[in-house]
Design a protein around this ligand. Sequence first.
Ligand SMILES: O=P(O)(O)OC[C@H]1O[C@H](O)[C@H](O)[C@@H](O)[C@@H]1O
Length: 504
Amino acid sequence: MAWAMLRAHYDRQARHLDLREAFRADPGRFEEYSQQAPHVFADLSKNLVDAHARVMLLELARECMLERHRDAMFAGHKVNNTEQRAVKHWLLRTPRGASLDPDLREVHETLEAMLAYAERVRGDAQITDVVNIGIGGSDLGPQMAVTALAEFAVPGKRFHFVSNVDGHELAAVLAAVQPRSTLFLVASKTFTTIETMTNARSAKAWFEAQGGQDIARHFAALTTNVGAAREFGIETTFGFWDWVGGRYSMWSAIGLPIAIAIGADHFRRMLAGAHEMDRHFASAPLAANLPVRLGLMDVWYRNFHGFASRSIAPYHSSLRRLPAYLQQLEMESNGKRVDAMGRPLGCSTAPVLWGEPGTNGQHAYFQMLHQGTDVVPVEFIAVRQAAHTLADHHGQLLANALAQAQALMQGKHDAGGHREFPGNRPSTFFVLDRLEPASLGALIALYEHRVFVSGSIWGINSFDQWGVELGKVLAKDIAPRLENGDESGLDPSTAGLLRRLRAG
Ligand SMILES: O=P(O)(O)OC[C@H]1O[C@H](O)[C@H](O)[C@@H](O)[C@@H]1O
């Protein structure tokens, strides 16, 4: 019902919305379309949405029983229906006593143990290099957060992230470290992922071949499959639970590299910031609930405006891994073509997410954002206070963020031809006061919940990832063929490429 009304409203009126006119007609537009959520200020006013669409989108959320779905997640129901699992990454940041969930006690016991270990490593001057071996959710979150919070990192330790099965990556790290001063963290929820197991085996073999002693001191495993880690020969283990999705796991033992980098107190602050956003998502009325507003905007853009991608523009170089992190979070969660019951969907789902830090992107692909044939909503993330004291830089950085958002909206019409900017191009603008553990935690939780919201409206299960399986199975079949040249049953293209890769 709401969907049809949104469609009619879009066709009749909303597709003609002009942001410049909207601001002229409504002097209160900035106030109405912006809000302060925990640690994150968000200005949505430069988006192609009007009051009627906003009301109807909230109606759509009600019709889709968004609140019931959200409450079911927070009640620990098995909302990941295809895997019959609860979805409780939020519990990892719930303070003691703040939930009746029976798993909360174990969550805190594990957190205490992991943070105590992190503090020991921080105090161990002999360990100068920490190598995280993991991929997907066991790499992107920790890498993104360690990079983002570099300002808070313990001096004297380098952090390396090895994810790819491509041996060039591990070889380069091994060439730069010494066994006696290196801690390897093998991070894998399942402890079966082929890339991670291959890298872990090679790292262990290298360690032993180099005369490395004391695996217990130099290797730790972060996994839900503690038995497999022990079998692999790693005694130091930190566990988590099947109700933590890989891409939602940086708050769990998978966050150990973050905890080593920033320390227990800062790690707790990151959890606290995320928890504040959890409370906001769980309790704010839908119209003033930032993850809900953003998720509904995502649906509006994807399904009514037909925008197929969204560009992430963090104006802070420490957030350079954020776009990659968000790609997994959003595209692995909502890149689905069937609903939670397995029935084909009648609408498009996750857009393509991409981006680079500003101002770099401005000198590369912003041309297309300003004058290309496709409209791509842009998401600016600016940080009010810099962590450095260099004169001029931060003002210029912020001025550029504001100017780009302004240029996208305003356009320029006096010159014509190549110099014409159509304008009316939408953007969202986030402001953090400072890039610090609590604000990063809140920002990431905001994105997690926003993905939950759009996934709920589309009726999909945002917590499985069957789409990654087929390639894994085929790679297993092809690997021996690269050795023995067997082409039987292969399509001509794959067979031809196999021959080409084996030649010489
Ligand atoms: O942590 P692991 O079990 O090693 O999984 C690592 C990653 O690989 C899988 O293929 C999934 O697509 C990801 O969701 C996951 O984060």
